[in-house]
Write a protein that binds this ligand. Structure first.
Ligand SMILES: Nc1ncnc2c1ncn2[C@@H]1O[C@H](COP(=O)(O)OP(=O)(O)OP(=O)(O)O)[C@@H](O)[C@H]1O
Ligand SMILES: O=C(O)[C@H](O)COP(=O)(O)O
Length: 408
């Protein structure tokens, strides 16, 4: 199956037409400062191609996980401002998504300009499980494009979401695959069809249940899965250890126990940390100490202790595995890398990826931000993907709604 490409859309002619583009502008923020603009830079080429060709571009995007209503801290303002700084064309932000502000800003948009609509997740219908609700929101987005609109999906990081701005709009408008989605899919396709072994997957981050759901299908595909970040505590708990106040998804314990059992039969090895950095509280300057992974409650902070990084022994063991690999896929920081005191594990893993001869892929908004803020350059890795959950779901062979809806 193939999708219509952006070049086909440009060849059809876009001057004066409203083109709805879904971008992934879900960037990490420190207050109103964008701390890593990788996703914005990655979104720029498609927007520039369209505005160069005279299109009136309506950009839809999400930021964070607001609860279906406007919240200042999830405004796309910082991302839109950064986009405006980087772009060679006019970029403005509408004060709402499909309301009066968006309608009037869209109406006064000129050829070659882009209008970012406010966070699509400020409307609960965007992520609704109910097809009719999502459809009604998609209808309102599509209405902004007038009678001759088209849709371009360039938000690779969100293609695994069956959301109105990703999926439903594509069923209502002539739809095209953006260049970023195209490139990302090509790299990951190569990784799945021509996997050089040993194939090591490194997992961390904080979206524990999201990611646990995905790794089921990596069992049997990956040779080794290294478990760090927030999800490591559910693995420790599954082995019967106490994890004090660390991030734990108790209802996922049986799921992990099942994974551990299945992995043994399928020839995939899960490597779980042997030591952990435990902090007194979740803060940059928190007192902390390294303890054995099976003795987290035995730290000086007792039941209050929070595991915020993998320990040095674990980091060294993970690095060994990575250096011996021919293919490495990494999603999710090993610890709370945003705090210097808890960034060593993530730094060690990034360093190991730069030292292996294998093909390396780093996936995810925060994972990409981590390697950049820790001083690594993009070209030290085989590929830095804008999608974390999205690339994991692609690798496990799942059908991704945002991709399949574009198939002809
Ligand atoms: N032990 C931990 N406890 C709490 N948070 C953690 C821990 N380890 C890592 N994190 C946090 O995980 C966050 C990143 O997780 P996330 O799963 O969103 O990764 P990602 O690379 O952005 O992937 P995606 O693109 O799917 O969102 C970071 O902000 C980091 O501070
Ligand atoms: O950060 C991401 O992985 C994408 O922007 C998707 O965000 P989500 O996991 O909140 O849907």
């Amino acid at each position: 199956m193939t999708s219509h490409t952006l070049n086909e859309l440009i060849a059809e002619g876009v001057r004066g037409r409203y083109i709805l583009v879904r971008s992934d502008l879900n960037v990490p923020l420190d207050g109103s400062t964008v701390t890593d603009d990788g996703r914005i830079k990655a979104s720029l080429p498609v927007l520039a191609k369209l505005t160069d060709a005279g299109a009136r571009v309506l950009v839809t995007a999400h930021l964070g996980r607001p609860k279906g209503a406007p919240e200042d801290k999830y405004s796309l303002r910082p991302a839109a401002d950064r986009l405006a700084e980087l772009a060679g064309f006019k970029v403005t932000l509408a004060a709402d998504t499909v309301g009066d502000a968006a309608k009037s800003a869209a109406a006064s948009l000129q050829d070659g300009e882009a209008l970012v609509l406010e966070n699509v997740r400020f409307d609960a219908r965007e992520t609704s499980k109910d097809d009719a609700e999502r459809g009604a929101f998609a209808d309102e987005l599509v209405a902004l494009t007038g009678s001759n609109g088209a849709y371009v999906d360039d938000a690779f990081g969100a293609v695994h979401r069956k959301h109105a701005s990703v999926y439903d709009v594509a069923t209502r408008l002539p739809s095209y695959q953006g260049d970023l989605v195209h490139t990302e899919v090509e790299v990951l396709r190569k990784l799945t069809t021509d996997t050089q072994r040993p194939y090591v997957v490194v997992l961390g981050g904080s979206k524990v249940s999201d990611k646990l759901a995905v790794i089921a299908n990596l069992i049997g595909k990956a040779d080794t899965i290294l478990v760090g970040g927030g999800m490591l505590f559910t693995f420790l708990a599954a082995r019967g250890h106490k994890v004090a106040s660390s991030l734990l998804e108790e209802d996922q314990i049986p799921v992990v126990q099942d994974y551990l059992k299945r992995a043994a039969d399928a020839g995939t090895v899960f490597v779980v940390p042997t030591d952990v950095v435990v902090a007194e509280k979740f803060a940059a300057d928190a007192a902390h100490e390294t303890v054995a992974a099976d003795a987290i409650e035995g730290s000086s902070f007792g039941a209050q202790g929070i595991g915020l990084d993998i320990g040095p022994d674990t980091a060294a063991a993970f690095a060994e595995q990575i250096k011996g690999a021919r293919t490495v896929f990494w999603n999710g920081p090993m610890g709370v890398f945003e705090f210097e005191a808890f960034s060593a594990g993530t730094r060690a893993i990034a360093q190991a990826l730069t030292e292996t001869d294998g093909f390396t892929v780093v996936g995810g908004g925060d994972s990409a931000a981590a390697v950049r803020t820790l001083g690594f350059a993009d070209d030290q890795f085989g590929h830095i993907s804008t999608g974390g959950g999205a690339s994991l779901e692609y690798l496990e062979g799942k059908e991704l709604p945002g991709l399949s809806v574009l198939d002809r």
